[in-house]
Design a protein around this ligand. Structure first.
Ligand code: NAP
Length: 554
């Protein structure tokens, strides 16, 4: 394993002037500074180096892995199958890595990221434990000046934001939150040494994917678990299991074929399950229910793949929603608890959860469900959580309250272009061209930025497509002697209108999801991801083929 870049002491040189000794810094300069060493930053670094560029990665965490470095809560697991949630850029890597389970757990995915870092000797160009604070673009020389929290200044031609879509935790300002006397945890910043809840009374606040995965495991450990639910989740069984040698061999025999097929899928994954090409309303009830039952038994996201209009037509959607509601009623013994767990919104409008024993957990005698949809959490007290005047006493609180998604981590960096800051440019919500660039911030790229398919896809498919597009753009600029690239305002306006138009054709904007920023009080409501990977990838390719149409190059 190579040694990571250490925080280095500033090198000082003495420049006598006017009889006074000044200390100046030697500023290191790179072709690109990459922010983040998750799957996006790692591949960006690797491919830039392979193509003769110099790059430095800054990463807040102590190692690679991004989301898989931080999200160590019990049960954390990917909801895209492991054979598909992996890099495709290296056939050797594909062949040598062995996934053990259908859905890989967090420790295994982190080991994979670490293996990639070792295999491609990435750590020598990554500076860990370092936060990028600001980045200023000097238009006279077309270079970014990047300041990190170790007080160091670095310069680069390009700034690549690989900060992740779900990396800035959302911890609501519950009254009295900090008065709680026991330990509290956020699922997205879980202690590395793990937490033992044995014999303790635990509160979990939230019922999104992180809660759905952790609740069944915490319930097995805790003396009592109280779940505070604002919106019930739709969740489909994972049917996780060990992978067999035969299925691994079958995939590895034509891995690139599977990757190519996945790139033709709307979400960039799932090509091994066939997609229904007709409306849910075109078949009779019996056929439809049989199809849902078949897919429920397979498990995972394929549940929503049986018909082609489940996220387009409310009546079609309702048929799938009804199927899940019936499973909840069948599974949960107490009718009041079952009713509370039953969602009424459009299924898939908030990200579908994939679970192992979630609804069953509410049959346990040591689990209580508290509805906070009508009466919000009133107060966190030193001894627990108060709702509607009732104190629920607990020894520990788990905030499974999600993330300031897609924009949170980008806006924490003070990025300044010649005439605007990112914060000002996005005051009314994120605006990008292709989800890759922002007018007013030249030579800056955002990997899986708002306005690109990103979180609606297998993230690694989207990451690879963005990384390769950015790399090819940098190569084209180098070949043509360009120093500066900026999305035009007109291209950006056109793209924002297009993303809104596509989103409005779907049912996605109909509920209060983090896709819309609705989970963070005060955040602008803009539907951030763009549904549909294949047409998007074609548009990006066409932009490049047409000489980076919509960008100004000089
Ligand atoms: P999330 O989906 O945003 O869920 C947060 C939960 O906290 C929601 O139930 C939300 O209720 C609740 N909440 C937020 N503020 C609250 C408040 N003030 N009072 C009461 N409840 C509040 O976050 P997440 O579960 O961490 O998941 C985020 C995303 O990360 C997922 O959608 C997925 O994309 C990804 N993820 C993936 C996996 C996986 O691969 N299996 C696992 C975990 C996460 P409302 O719904 O009412 O807002």
């Amino acid at each position: 394993m190579s040694r990571p870049v250490r925080r280095r002491p500033r090198t000082a040189t003495y420049a006598p002037a006017s009889g006074v000794v000044h200390v100046t810094e030697q500023v290191e300069e790179f072709d690109a500074v990459i922010v983040g060493a998750g799957f996006a930053g790692m591949y960006m670094l690797h491919t830039l180096r392979e193509h003769g560029f110099t790059a430095r990665v800054f990463e807040v965490a102590g190692d690679v892995g991004g989301t898989w470095y931080w999200n160590r809560y019990p049960g954390a697991r990917c909801d895209v199958e492991s054979l598909e949630y992996s890099y495709s850029f290296s056939p050797e890597l594909e062949q040598e890595w062995e996934w053990t389970e259908r859905y890989a757990a967090q420790p295994e995915i982190l080991r994979y990221a670490q293996h990639v870092a070792d295999r491609f000797d990435l750590r020598r160009d990554i500076q860990f434990d370092t936060r990028v604070q600001s980045a200023d673009f000097d238009d006279t020389v077309a270079r970014w000046t990047i300041v990190t929290d170790d007080g160091t200044t670095t310069r680069s031609q390009f700034l690549v934001m690989a900060v992740g879509c779900l990396s800035s935790t959302n911890l609501p300002e519950f009254p009295g939150r900090d008065s709680f006397a026991g330990p509290s945890y956020h699922t997205g910043k879980w202690p590395h040494e793990g937490v033992d809840f044995t014999g303790r009374r635990v509160a979990v606040i939230g019922t999104g994917s992180s809660a759905v995965q952790s609740i069944p495991i915490i319930a097995q450990q805790a003396a009592h678990l109280t779940v505070f639910q604002r919106t019930p989740a739709y969740t489909v069984p994972a049917h996780n299991r060990p992978l067999t040698d035969a299925e691994i061999s079958e995939v590895k025999a034509d891995y690139q074929g599977l990757r190519a097929a996945n790139r033709l899928m709307s979400g960039g994954f799932g090509a091994r399950q066939e997609r229904g090409e007709i409306s849910a309303l075109e078949v009779d009830d019996e056929t439809r229910v049989a199809e849902y039952a078949r897919r429920w038994d397979i498990g995972g996201f394929t549940f929503l793949g049986g018909f082609n209009d489940l996220l387009l037509h409310p009546d079609s959607n309702e048929t799938a929603a009804r199927f899940v509601r019936e499973r909840i009623a069948e599974t949960v013994h107490d009718p009041d608890t079952a009713a509370l767990l039953t969602p009424t919104h459009v299924i898939g409008c908030k990200r579908l959860c994939i679970d192992t024993g979630y609804y069953e957990t509410f049959n346990r005698p040591n689990v209580t469900l508290v509805d906070v949809s009508q009466q919000p959490i009133e107060q966190i007290t030193p001894t627990g959580v108060r709702v509607g005047g009732v104190d629920h006493e607990v020894d520990a609180i788990v905030f499974a309250t999600g993330f300031d998604a897609m924009t949170g981590s980008l806006l924490k960096i003070n990025a300044r272009g010649p005439h605007t800051t990112l914060q000002d440019a996005w005051e009314a919500g994120p605006r990008t061209y292709l989800g890759l660039a922002v007018h007013g911030l030249p030579n800056m790229f955002t990997i899986s930025g708002p306005g690109s398919p990103s979180v609606l896809t297998n993230m690694i498919t989207s990451i690879e497509q963005h990384v390769e597009w950015i790399r090819d753009c940098m190569i084209a600029m180098r070949d043509r002697g360009h120093q500066r690239i900026e999305a035009t305002e007109a291209a950006q306006e056109g793209w924002v209108a297009y993303v809104n138009m596509v989103a409005d054709m779907t049912l996605f904007p109909t509920c209060n999801s983090w896709y819309l920023g609705a989970n963070v009080p005060g955040k602008s409501r803009v539907f951030m991801p763009l549904p549909g990977f294949p047409p998007y990838a074609e548009q990006c390719a066409a932009v490049a083929a047409n000489g980076y149409e919509g960008f100004q190059l000089s």
